[in-house]
Structure formats: C-alpha cells, structure tokens
Design a binder for this molecule. Structure first.
Ligand code: GFP
Length: 820
C-alpha cells in the first residue's frame, strides 16, 4: 500500500505546486534555492512512503537493531544521493530537463551538511548508507549542530574560518519529532535515600539544570531496496515549563541559565585536535546526545518487551570512538535508577550491549576528563564510573597480584582524570580497530595491557566507503563505463569490479578509460579556474592530497618536495620534467597553529611557483578552498596520483585512499593504515610505496627518536629546501614567517623532538617514489593499466563489506525486507 513508482508527470506537477504553495511563484520566477527546496520536497513524498513501510516492517518483525552513536555524521548533500539510492536519478533528471531545470545546478544549491571533521564522521555516513543498502535496521544517533564544520576561506594565503549556517533555509529532508523529546539533566547533587520496601538505596539527582532534547529524523535510503533507516540528530531547547516555574519562584537567574545552556549545547561542532582537555561544553554535548538517545531507545524497546534484562537480544550500541563512551554509564544509570535492576544485572546487560571502535592512536585524541569537572557536571554518572573502576581494579589485582604498575596503567580513573578509552574497553563486548595494521598496533602497543587481559574482545574491521556516492554519484562517466563493461552488480557488490581485470590488456577499453579520466580532469580544471582563478593543464599529472590538515598526515612533506622539484627545475631548465599539478585540500582546526602555518606555506609556494613564467608551467600548485564532501567527489574522480603519506603507524586507516583507488588513482604512500591492504589487493607494482615502516617508526620512538641533524647537514638538497623556510624565498623576505615550521624539523623544543614525524628521514625515499611516478606516467598505456587495476581491485574497500563484517562478528542483526 505504501509503494509508489516514480511517475514523471505527477512529479513535475508536484514540483510546480510546491513552488506555488511555498513561495507564491512560478518556476521561472523561483530562485535556485527555492527550486532545490521544491524538488527535494517532491522527492521526500516518495521517501516518506518507503520510510513508513520500513517502520511498519520493523514493527512487525521486531528485528535486532544497531544504534550507531557518533558525535559526527559527515553526510554531504542528500538530494543527489537520495535519488541515486531510490534508483530515480536519471528519471528525475529527465523530468527536470523537460521543465528547463538542470538537476546538477539544483544539487549545487543544497548546503553541504558538514556535521563532521573528516574521516571519522564520513565513515559514519558511509556506514549508514551500507546498513540501509544491506537491509539492516539501524539508527544513527548524533547532534544537530546549528553550525557544522566552518567554511574555509583563504585570504592572503591564510585560512579564515567562516560560520556554516547550514540550516538557514531549512532542511527539506528532516522531520522534527516533538513526541520523542527527552529531558537531559546536568549538575546538582545526588541524594541517597533508603527505600525500606525494595530494601535498596535510591539515587536522586537534585538541584540540577536541564534541557529538552528534541530529535530530528533524516531518512537514510538503501540502494534499490526501499529500506529507509533513520539518522536521529538531537536539537536542544529550554524546558519552558520549568522556566516558568523557576521564574515564579523568583529564580530568574537559574531559568536564564537553562535557556543559555540549551542555546549553547548544540551550537557548534568541535574541530578535532583542538585539544579537548577541559572543554566542559564538549562533555555536555556528549552527555546530551547519549542520554537522549538511550532514553529514547529504552522507550522503543519497552513498547514490545517487558524485561530490560534482555535488551541485548534486540539492541546493540556501537560507540564511534570514545566520544559516546558515556553510553556505558548512562545505560547503567537508566537500568539501575529508572528500571530498578541490581548492579550485577545492569552490568550484565550493558556489557552485552555496548561495543567500541577505536580510530586513532594519537594520544591527544584519547579523551580524558578532569575528575572535578566531570563529577560536578555529571554527579550520578561519576559515581557509577567510580564503582565500575573499583570493581575493575579488583579484577586486575586478582589476575595480576602485586602488579601495581599495571593497575595504574589500566585504571579508568587515575591522576585526577577519567579515561574514556579505558571505560569503553572495560565495558565493551567488542573493541575494534579500523585497519589490520592499526588493530595490531592497538593489541601490541597502545592497548597491550587490555589485550593481554581480554584478548577475546579485540578484532579488526578494516574501513570501507560507499561506491554509491563516490563512484555512481561522483564519477558518473566511469560508473556508466563500468556498468557497460561488467553490468551493474558492482553497485551493491563491489567485489564484482574484479571482472574489469580482463580489460587491462584491451587497448580500446584502456583508451576509453583514459578518456574518462581526461574528462574528469577537465571538469576539475574548470572548477579550479572558477574558484581559484588558476589555469591548470588537464594533461599534466594531477597529484592530489586531500584530507584534514594534521602534522602526522604530512602535507608538509608534500610541499617541501614541491619546493625541491622547483629548485631542480630552476637549476636545470633543460632537464626532462613531466608537467605536474599538485592539488591540496584541507581544513586545519581553528586552534591548531602549525597546521594553519602549513596552509599558508602551501599557498605561498603556490604563489611563487605559479607566477614564475621561467618554468613554463611545469609545476602548478593549487590549494582548493573549503574542501568538503561535495567538491571531494569531483576531486577523486580527476586524480591521477593519491597521496597517502602519513608517518607510518599514525594513520589508523584512511578512507580517502580507498576513494582514490575506486576512481582509478594509484597510491603514492607509506605502509600505513589501510594502504597496506590496498597494496595487498592491487599489487605493489600498481602502487608507489616509500618510507619507514611502522615498526621502524615505533622503534625510533621507543628509543628517543632519531637525529635529523645528520640528514640536514649531509644532504645538500634537503638543507637548501629547509633553509628556504627562513631565507624569505616564500615570504617576501620575511625570515620569521615560517620559523616555527623550520624549527619543528631541526630543533627540539622541550618535550617535542625535532622532526617528530620523520619528514626529513623519509624525504629521499619520497622523492625517489615521486620519480618513479613520473617514469611510470610517461608510459601512458602502462599508467592506464595501473589505474584500471586499482579500480578492478578495490572490491574489498566497500563499506558494504565492512558492515557485513560488523554484522557477522559483532552486531548479529536481523535482516529487514520491504516490499514496494
Ligand atoms: C580518523 C582516522 C583515520 C580513519 C578514520 C575512520 O579519521 O585514519 O580512517 O578516522 O576510521 F584518523 P580522520 O579524522 O583522520 O580523517
């Protein structure tokens, strides 16, 4: 009864009516934004039918469901993706064409919802796509930030952050669900009251402040299967009844405080690497969405079940990094204080329900909260964590008698801090890393003590990406070509890409494949011309590094190498050199000074090189402003070379590396994160690998580092490039502008070792690998084979595969099937 095929005429009528009813305009009069809204609402009509059908199915079948808890969901634009997954993209495009509307232009009107910083948030978005496509019931739970990731402007080479008011014109796909609003409480104190009837202590929070959490639901559409899951993101509002009450009691200040708390709490997404320590607001955000999500989840569960001791049979909660770890203590609190379970019963349910994914070994990202702040803000939750810690330490002592060093290393609360990763591991029934190498490092280095004690919890789930967005939507030319060659099975089974291998020796196929890359490079060249005002040659090698800016990702190494190449060309103008375009895209966390200096350096180098007529355009450097999901799709499609050059052991997985591979760009990288598995799939001959191994890096680190001076004073080319940071070459004579970057390479500052990220150590081997890239690229057909092999071997890196592994090994979900 819910089914609804796409009917072209009805759809056109609907769009017209929407414009009329919403804006009192005709199509000709409407602005682009208005047309976007009207089209989206027309599309939503159909989505809602499928959404209702999915809900009805869930109601009937009562399947086990995953709640994916994440502070970030970097969804990117919804309209195009929704149409693709509804398998209506081409039909809608045609319908709009007939109305004189260009679907691409309409898509461009959609703000790019940027509720995430980078890989972690984008992974969550890919996972939701795969869950729906594979027909697994899932809720994404997060925060409806009023301002997502800032928009980046580049002014005079510097990054300037501009607020991203993405909700300004309303979000046509979301639905506000007042009926599920929940109260979330902060602060106050806990009174303990003995109940003679139950013979238990009751813990009662008093004198607290609270906010109302109001959910907004967004549809997550499975590809071609009519399954629509839900992303539920929470907004905060003041609790007006309470406000009035307080006001009447003359407690005006308290009422206003609550009002402010509500306004503040969901205001802005924290940029990572902005050292979390002591950020009270961030802890509030975490508790806010966790408490609301868990309360709602319990209500939903209890509609059908009366025994919360069996919660884990129907519900599993995945904690995306440590940010949602409060789920452990909040679930304990709800089960004990609200549902009346005994401690042991509650612990049994909790530890069968929550699971944890680790995304990084970078120490500053492993969250720790000062005890005083934590216990003041969340007094009852703190008590519960103390008790978890007390019991856990007893177990450690029992298991390792006399080993107090181990106790100190493993405790949840130590040195005045609450360690969230420890809490997540102690309570989680599964702990996973995001690529094989990363998981091994967790087991044998970072989390060794925990692995020794509870090895059965640890497992690996190598990340993946959705081919629906990053090939079908982002690279329609290649997607159509693949379908023409091997059929469309790859859309839901990426392993079928391996059938492309047979075209590696087919000159006609290779020529078509090359032409597609060329067309995609033209598209990016136009984008660069339009937004950067730089002319780039689509026949040059497009060498691309796009990702969050961080020292360990080593954009700095990349730009130092560009400076080195430039020196070479200047010294030897006659030297053979294949023209190159070095493309960067990256945001730096607003408070991360060195990352921002790196952006400025890239732009300064770009200025000098792009304006030097004497090198005949052999090198161009482009920094693409405001790197985000929508322009990423265009960039991946056009890349020749995928720069994945992190210091080995530091990049947990990477997912950009997979998006490049899917689009036929060989990896130039270190043996880090998922690069290791990419090379394993595609063959070392179809990648360009360099640098220290992770074992070597870890070995240096455990033994006091290495001495960059040995390199600096012995390698003249390197010394020259490093010195150019402070001789004014790239700073109009200003010798101080890049002094800090220079120092970071050659001078030890206090705790921080010189060249902590092994840039000079890896420089030569990187330059050699770049040389091999150039050699290989000269052989146009040979290059096309490598590129095609990358596409053909990318099957493993679909998030469909990742999600299936989570389901098989961790979540054990039931399938749902929706008939249309
Ligand atoms: C983080 C890690 C990456 C990893 C993603 C997803 O993302 O190595 O691929 O999480 O697991 F660092 P970024 O924020 O660094 O992109």
């Amino acid at each position: 009864m819910y089914s609804k095929r796409f009917e072209k005429e009805a759809f056109k009528e609907e769009v017209k009516n929407n414009i009329k009813n919403l804006y009192r305009k005709t199509i000709e009069e409407a602005t682009g934004r208005q047309i976007f809204q009207a089209v989206s609402l027309a599309v939503k009509e159909t989505i809602i039918d499928y959404w209702l059908a999915t809900q009805a199915e869930m109601e009937k079948e009562d399947p086990k469901t995953v709640y994916y808890m994440s502070m970030e969901f970097l969804m990117g634009r919804a309209l195009g993706n929704n149409l693709i997954n509804m398998t209506a993209y081409k039909e809608v495009k045609e319908a709009l064409d007939e109305m004189g509307i260009d679907l691409n232009a309409v898509e461009d009107e959609e703000p790019d919802p940027a509720l995430g910083n980078g890989g972690l948030g984008r992974l969550a978005a890919c996972f939701l796509d795969s869950l729906a496509t594979l027909g697994y019931p899932a809720y994404g739970c997060g925060i409806r930030y009023r301002y997502g990731m800032f928009k980046q402007k580049i002014e005079n080479g510097y990054q300037v952050e501009v607020p991203d008011n993405w909700l300004k014109d309303g979000n046509p796909f979301e639905i506000r669900r007042d009926e599920y609003a929940k109260e979330v409480r902060f602060g106050g104190d806990v009174r303990i009251e003995y109940d003679p009837v139950t013979k238990r202590n009751n813990f009662i929070q008093e004198n607290y402040s609270s906010v109302l959490a109001v959910p907004y639901d967004m549809p997550i559409i499975g590809y071609g299967n009519h399954v629509v899951n839900t992303l539920r993101i929470w907004d905060a509002e003041a609790i007006t009844d309470f406000h009035l009450d307080a006001f009447n009691r003359g407690d005006y200040r308290h009422a206003v405080e609550q009002e402010n708390l509500a306004k503040m709490i969901v205001d802005v997404l924290y940029p990572c690497d902005d050292h979390y320590a002591g950020k009270e607001l961030r802890l509030k955000q975490q508790y806010f969405f966790i408490s609301a999500s868990l309360q709602a989840l319990l209500v939903r569960y209890k509609k059908k079940h009366d025994d919360v001791r069996k919660l884990h049979e129907k519900v599993t909660i995945q904690m995306n990094d440590t940010h949602p770890t409060l789920a452990v203590a909040e679930l304990m609190h709800l089960l004990i204080d609200q549902e009346g379970l005994e401690w042991d019963e509650a612990w049994d349910v909790t530890t069968k329900t929550v699971a944890y994914t680790n995304h990084t070994i970078m120490a500053e990202a492993l969250e720790k909260w000062p005890v005083d702040l934590f216990s003041r803000l969340l007094p009852r939750i703190y008590q519960i964590i103390q008790e978890i810690d007390r019991r856990f330490i007893e177990q450690v002592r029992f298991r390792y008698p006399g080993d107090e060093g181990r106790v100190a290393r493993m405790a949840i609360i130590r040195d005045g801090q609450v360690k969230m990763a420890h809490l997540a591991i102690v309570a989680g029934y599964s702990v996973n890393g995001v690529a094989r190498l990363h998981t091994e490092i967790l087991k044998h280095e970072e989390l060794k003590d925990f692995y020794d004690m509870m090895p059965e919890k640890f497992n690996n789930k190598t990340n993946g990406i959705t081919q629906r967005r990053f090939l079908m939507h982002g690279n329609p030319l290649l997607a159509d070509w693949v379908t023409k060659r091997i059929g469309d099975g790859w859309i839901t089974d990426l392993s079928q890409m391996s059938r492309l291998k047979k075209y590696v020796d087919d000159p006609k196929a290779l020529a078509e494949f090359r032409e597609i890359k060329y067309q995609n490079k033209l598209r990016l060249a136009e984008y660069i011309k339009k937004y950067n005002g730089i002319e780039v040659d689509p026949r040059s090698i497009f060498d691309v590094q796009v990702k969050r800016l961080h020292e360990y990702k080593r954009q700095f190494l990349n730009i130092l190498h560009v400076m080195y190449l430039y020196n070479q060309i200047k010294d030897h103008p006659e030297m053979y050199f294949y023209p190159r375009t070095f493309i960067f895209g990256a945001k730096a966390a607003a408070g991360y000074v060195r990352a921002k200096e790196t952006i400025k350096l890239i732009n300064s180098v770009a200025d000098v090189i792009n304006n030097d007529k004497s090198i005949n355009g052999k090198i161009k450097v482009v920094f693409i402003e405001d790197y985000r999901v929508s322009n990423a799709e265009i960039i991946f499609a056009a890349a020749d070379v995928s720069e994945q050059i992190s210091t080995a052991s530091k990049e947990a997985s990477g997912t950009g590396n997979m998006k490049f591979m899917l689009n036929g760009a060989p990896t130039l990288g270190t043996m880090d994160g998922a690069n290791v598995e990419i090379v394993e799939e595609v063959g070392i001959e179809n990648a360009f690998i360099f640098g220290l191994s992770s074992d070597e890096v870890i070995n240096f680190e455990n033994n006091g580092g290495y001495n960059p001076a040995d390199i600096y004073f012995n390698d003249w080319d390197i010394k020259r490039v490093v010195d150019q940071l402070i001789d004014g070459t790239y700073s109009n004579g200003d010798r101080e502008m890049y002094r800090d970057l220079y120092d970071s390479l050659v001078n030890t500052h206090g705790q921080e070792r010189a060249d902590r990220y092994f840039i000079l150590k890896d420089f030569r081997s990187y330059a050699d690998a770049q040389k091999r890239v150039e050699e290989a690229y000269k052989d146009r057909e040979g290059w096309a084979k490598k590129a095609l092999m990358n596409v053909a071997c990318c099957g493993k890196f679909s998030s469909d595969r990742t999600i299936q592994e989570y389901v098989d090994d961790i979540w054990h979900l039931d399938h749902i099937k929706v008939d249309a």
